[in-house]
Design a protein around this ligand. Structure first.
Ligand code: TYM
Length: 373
């Protein structure tokens, strides 16, 4: 495997990501205005993650909405690999999934890939992954999914049902395809080589459980797309519809460049961080500002490279006018980095307090969500 230049796979996102290029490389479609207007009509409002182009690409999302409008059962599928504590980036597809669940009154199947994280991380034991799983489940529920319409399962505790589907998928995927798609090598363990079939399996779970011809939509960040390429090839061979997908960009870390990643904790806001810890990280964040306040006032800053600005833009300032004013004021030198950092720190702290309150409440309703063998 090469070591330089940008790269996006389910296990690694490196370098400056060119999303236009990814659309071409992955063969997905950009989300256009017509589709965005259609979601808005169903939801009754336009989510900030759509308005700000964080969700930017899709596969057959229009066809999925056609199915909904024609009365075909339309369901959602998303997931989490529990290799650590949940961070703000993971929440982006989940918040959007909740928006879609509410808009389309859809059932949601939520997979937790404890097997994947055990297999891919050399130093990680099953016990450790299970500890993270128990923790992450609370964050997932805290998002506010409808308990009547949401089923959450982990691969190690819902194995029987999933494995029965996964073997059927696996039989149609050659090693050569899997290697080309995921970059497996001679030294990859055989567990991880089979794993893509386990991540594909929930695409066919609603059909298996209910005997319906469900149409599945997968909201996630674009790094998971390679799985769906394989799944879509296999679907007609098993007599199912191809799953549709809707894909987001990556929320950056607080450092210079790169997606938010738990492997760089100082640049990562964990949902378990105390408000004070999070504020401290934000105060140390990379900005587009000048080295001194005086220079900032004279020359202005560069919001295009500033992660503090991007956090406000992506998630924490929904007011279009206010965020446009921040951009202009920074450019003209009328706003200094400390002001933006404080604005963001207050918003993030308030968000964490509320999330952590909901997380505590999740403990008592956990069982309502879980599917087990
Ligand atoms: P995981 O745990 O790496 O990521 C969970 C979800 O978060 C997305 N994501 C991000 N989104 C925005 N900004 C970021 N910085 C960021 N980092 C991660 C991921 O795309 C994902 O949607 N193998 C999967 C678990 C899984 C799954 C699925 C995910 C199983 N089935 C179906 C999506 C859909 C994983 O390890 O995700």
């Amino acid at each position: 495997m090469q070591n330089s230049g940008p790269k996006v796979t389910p296990w690694e996102v490196r370098g400056e990501v060119d999303y236009e290029e990814l659309i071409r490389e992955f063969g997905v479609e950009p989300l256009n205005e017509e589709l965005i207007n259609r979601i808005e009509r169903h939801a009754g409002y336009l989510h900030v993650l759509l308005r700000r182009n964080v969700f930017f690409a899709h596969r057959e999302f229009g066809e999925w909405m056609d199915s909904y409008e024609r009365g075909v059962e339309t369901v959602l599928y998303t997931g989490r690999g529990p290799s650590g504590y949940t961070h703000l980036g993971h929440l982006v597809p989940w918040i959007f999934t909740k928006y879609l669940q509410d808009a389309f009154k859809a059932d949601l199947y939520f997979q937790v890939t404890d097997d994947e994280k055990f297999l891919i991380n050399p130093g990680m034991s099953v016990e450790e992954v299970k500890r993270y799983t128990d923790d992450n489940l609370l964050d997932i529920i805290a998002v506010g999914f409808d308990p009547k319409r949401t089923k959450i399962f982990t691969n190690l505790s819902y194995t029987k049902e999933l494995y029965n589907i996964a073997v059927r998928v696996a039989k149609h995927v050659t090693f050569s395809t899997a290697r080309a798609t995921f970059g497996f090598t001679e030294s990859s363990n055989i567990g991880i080589i089979f794993f893509p079939a386990m991540q594909a399996a929930p695409c066919f779970l609603p059909q298996t459980l209910k005997g319906t011809d469900a149409h599945v939509l997968i909201p996630c960040a674009i790094d998971q797309e390679p799985y769906w390429r394989i799944t879509r090839d296999v679907a007609p061979k098993l007599g199912y519809r191809k799953p549709a997908g809707i894909y987001s960009k990556f929320i950056p870390g607080l450092g210079a460049g790169g997606k938010m990643s738990a492997s760089m904790p100082e640049t990562c806001i964990f949902l378990s961080d105390s408000p004070e810890e999070a504020k401290k990280k934000i105060r140390n964040a990379f900005t587009g500002g000048q080295p001194t306040v005086r220079e900032q006032r004279e020359k202005g800053g560069d919001p295009d490279v500033c992660v503090v600005y991007w956090y406000l833009y992506y998630l924490f300032d929904e007011d279009d006018k206010s965020v446009a004013e921040t951009y202009e004021a920074c450019r003209r030198g009328n706003r200094i980095c400390g002001e933006c950092k404080e604005q963001l720190a207050e918003k993030v702290a308030a968000f964490l307090v509320e999330h952590q309150r909901r997380r505590e409440g999740a403990r008592s309703i956990l069982d309502e969500f879980l599917l087990r063998d």
